[in-house]
Design a protein around this ligand. Structure first.
Ligand SMILES: C[S@@+](CC[C@H](N)C(=O)[O-])C[C@H]1O[C@@H](n2cnc3c(N)ncnc32)[C@H](O)[C@@H]1O
Ligand SMILES: [Zn+2]
Length: 341
């Protein structure tokens, strides 16, 4: 005899379309679930006994869902495969745990972040009105505050970071349109053509293979979508040499020592310009210490020429490359349809 539905069963939780996980595990938001893919093979994900499984049974996973955040890190072949990559991840986790709740990060409060996303820094085609109803990925979202700004502009905002920065910085999800995923930009766990904008600010130069990261992010663009990338510029020989020697030491310091060093060096931001404009006298001691930590702590840090991004964009089939007001920053666009040039 077949049984009908149990009239006493608890009603299903969450909005229709949400990916339901076993028992008491939280639901993934309805808007997020269809965007996700196995980081190893790109196949669909399905609920499994401990979180999410690759529906194509490629051998990757199972993938844990911790506190509602899917952990979709590739098992091998990406950032964690490299010792310096693992040290870089730990450095950023410490950074967001320690500094992630400051009022301003990289010199910006919430208002300045919104202005950043709607001003010249995003090129000539993206303004405040552009975001409404769009789906945006913040690749390497760190503290996650830009997700709030994208959401406030009317977009559905998805964050991706290799660490747990958003939780460490106290970010709150919004089931209607703000969520994040732990994963690697070198093997992003999303279906191709999922996003109208991929925003990647100050991230690829902390990976072992920025060109691979660019190509992987370009695949996530919908036709007509845009890829924003900002990277550290290659500087003059003296500056490169001085920072190369300094970082060879600081990236190996035990964390408590590095923490004090960043605190002591914070006033140097008066004379040594930081890319974010965070400057002693205009920013608090902690805000200056954060940008010093950001520069001195991550083991992986590469510097780039604009020509490299030109080549990456061409190889990825992106066009309309627009240089942004600050080097090395570019927005590139995926042609609107597969047949368009
Ligand atoms: C300098 S922070 C930038 C944060 C944010 N995008 C911003 O502009 O304020 C770099 C972030 O990239 C993340 N990251 C580094 N390598 C990554 C990778 N391979 N995949 C995903 N995130 C990565 C770090 O964990 C860190 O949170
Ligand atoms: Zn798979």
């Amino acid at each position: 005899m077949t049984q009908g539905p149990d009239p006493h069963a608890a009603p299903p939780r969450g909005p229709p379309g949400a990916l339901r996980l076993p028992c008491a595990a939280p639901l993934l938001p309805a808007f997020l679930a269809p965007l996700l893919a196995c980081p190893a093979c790109g196949g669909a994900l399905a609920p499994g006994p401990v979180g999410l499984d690759c529906a194509d049974a490629c051998g990757a996973g199972p993938f844990e869902v911790r506190g509602g955040v899917p952990c979709l890190l590739p098992a091998r072949g990406a950032t964690h495969a490299v010792a310096a990559g693992r040290r870089t991840v730990r450095a950023f986790e410490r950074q967001w745990r320690r500094y992630g709740r400051l009022r301003r990060l990289f010199g910006k409060d919430a208002r300045a972040m919104a202005a950043f996303l709607t001003g010249a820094r995003m090129g000539g085609r993206i303004d405040a009105a552009w975001y409404r109803g769009r789906t945006v990925l913040d690749a390497g979202c760190g503290h996650g505050r830009y997700l709030r700004a994208f959401r406030a502009l009317g977009a559905r905002a998805v964050g991706l970071d290799i660490g747990r920065g958003p939780e460490q910085a106290g970010l709150e999800p919004d089931p209607e349109g703000l969520a994040w995923v732990q994963g690697d930009v070198l093997a992003p766990p999303f279906r191709p053509a999922s996003f109208d904008l991929v925003f990647c600010d100050g991230v690829l130069h902390h990976t072992p293979d920025p060109a691979r990261g660019y190509a992987a992010l370009a695949r996530l663009l919908k036709p007509g979508g845009a890829l924003y990338v900002w990277l550290y510029p290659r500087e003059g020989r003296v500056r490169e040499a001085v920072f190369g020697v300094a970082r060879a030491l600081t990236t190996r310091l035990p964390d408590p020592l590095l923490r004090w060093l960043c605190f002591l060096l914070a006033p140097l931001t008066l004379g040594v310009r930081s890319y974010s404009g965070t400057r002693w006298g205009r920013a608090t001691w902690g805000e200056c210490a954060q940008v010093v930590h950001d520069w001195l702590a991550p083991a992986l840090q590469s510097h780039h020429a604009p020509q490299e991004v030109h080549e990456w964009a061409r190889a990825a089939g992106l066009g309309d490359l627009e240089p942004l007001p600050v080097p090395v920053g570019f927005i590139a666009w995926r042609p609107p349809s597969p047949t368009a040039a």
